[in-house]
Design a protein around this ligand. Structure first.
Ligand code: PMP
Length: 367
């Protein structure tokens, strides 16, 4: 059943909120779920055991330590920063909300490099923050860096998503540094998918020299913790304090804190599935690219998903779901992404299934 807001209740809502609809991830049961960029490889057994043991010994009667000190300590050691340069959130989503809550508002524009992750604009709308949209190249989805640097002067907040969701492009640390220099406000490098990119792609090394930079990371993707909900941001202590001022004190539960700590302590064990996904990304890319004579286009990606364009994409997505029990994300209504679908890179059998199903659909055959 889809949620809907009655007219009566809508009248009672804050106007910026009344303009929204309940979030619908268009989720339905299917055998193969390649719609949300999760990592569905088997979790390393030792990591799972460590999570279970940590949860089993954690009492739940007391409130969590609000700033999650032990977890922040571990994240700080991992990234070579101080503990007061780290904040954790109930998923990266919460930190994105808090960032716009702290640094947005009517006279504080947010600059985004569109098309990009839709949640930024959703939160901006809710928090009455004007959005400057700089469009990526419609063919390659590359960014006109000089124009972005020029626009940066007019923004109070910039979000650069690298790799970008849903186009898969990376933005270089050199470009992020230029944005930091040009922007009088805060620059967030959203690196939710950075573990799937080439080494050296992260902007975290810029933190030392740029006190207006923040780097967002999540355990949801590479580290198989989407259900556990744990994201974090690195920034100057000053910016972290601003985020701490607006956060809900107990948003990250004790169970999430101890489980996330277990994941982080065993983070190297996740490298195997990250490498497998990178290999599968290349194999799936080539297989899909071979369908170009039937009108399919696929873009290279540094993340764990591929963006494809194909004739009648919205219809193809419904057929993938109903005839093949495969879920992918339909982006065909998104400006700049006409007839595009986003497909998570899954396990080899899942990727084979989606390649086979798309081939069948493009040939005009049925299951
Ligand atoms: N940033 C980007 C670009 C994302 O795609 C996502 C998840 N879809 C997030 C941040 C937030 O992820 P989470 O809340 O699961 O940490």
């Amino acid at each position: 059943m889809t949620l809907s807001i009655s007219k009566r209740v809508r009248c009672l809502m804050r106007p910026a909120a009344a303009a929204l609809e309940p979030y619908d991830a268009a989720f339905s049961q299917a055998h193969i779920n390649l719609s949300a960029n999760e990592n569905d490889y088997p979790m390393p057994a030792a990591a799972r055991e460590a999570i279970d043991a940590a949860i089993a010994r954690t009492p739940t009667n007391r409130y969590p330590i609000a700033m999650a000190d032990e977890l922040r300590e571990a994240i700080a050691a991992w990234h070579g920063v101080e503990k007061d340069q780290v904040i954790v959130g109930n998923g990266g989503d919460e930190l994105l909300f808090n960032l716009i809550l702290a640094f947005g508002g009517t006279d504080r524009p947010l600059l985004v490099l569109a098309p990009t992750f839709s949640v930024y604009e959703l939160y901006a709308k809710l928090l009455e923050t004007p959005v400057i949209r700089l469009w990526r190249d419609p063919d390659t989805f590359g960014v006109d860096e000089d124009r972005a640097v020029e626009a940066a002067g007019r923004a109070n907040l910039i979000i650069v998503t690298t790799p970008n969701n849903p186009t898969g492009n990376l933005s270089s640390p050199e470009f992020v540094a230029r944005l930091c220099d040009a922007c009088p406000g805060i620059v967030l490098a959203d690196e939710a998918y950075i573990e799937f990119a080439e080494k050296g792609s992260s902007s975290e090394g810029l933190l030392v020299a740029h006190d207006n930079l923040s780097v967002l990371r999540t355990l949801s993707k590479a580290y198989q913790f989407a259900g556990g909900r744990l994201g974090y941001a690195l920034a100057s202590a000053d910016v972290i304090a601003a985020l701490a001022a607006v956060r809900q004190p107990y948003s990250v539960s004790v169970l999430a804190q101890v489980a996330a700590l277990a994941v982080i302590e065993r983070r190297f064990e996740f490298q195997h599935s990250i490498d497998r996904i990178r290999q599968e990304r290349q194999r799936t890319l080539l297989a899909l690219a071979s369908l170009s004579d039937m009108g399919l286009r696929v873009w290279p990606s540094s993340a764990n998903f591929l963006l494809v364009r194909l004739p009648h994409a919205a219809e193809a997505r419904v057929r993938l779901r109903d005839e093949f029990s495969i879920l992918v994300r339909d982006l065909s209504d998104t400006p700049g992404l006409t007839d595009c679908l986003r497909i998570t890179v899954g396990r080899p059998d899942e990727n084979d299934a989606v390649i086979g199903a798309i081939t069948t659909i493009l040939r005009g055959e049925s299951q």
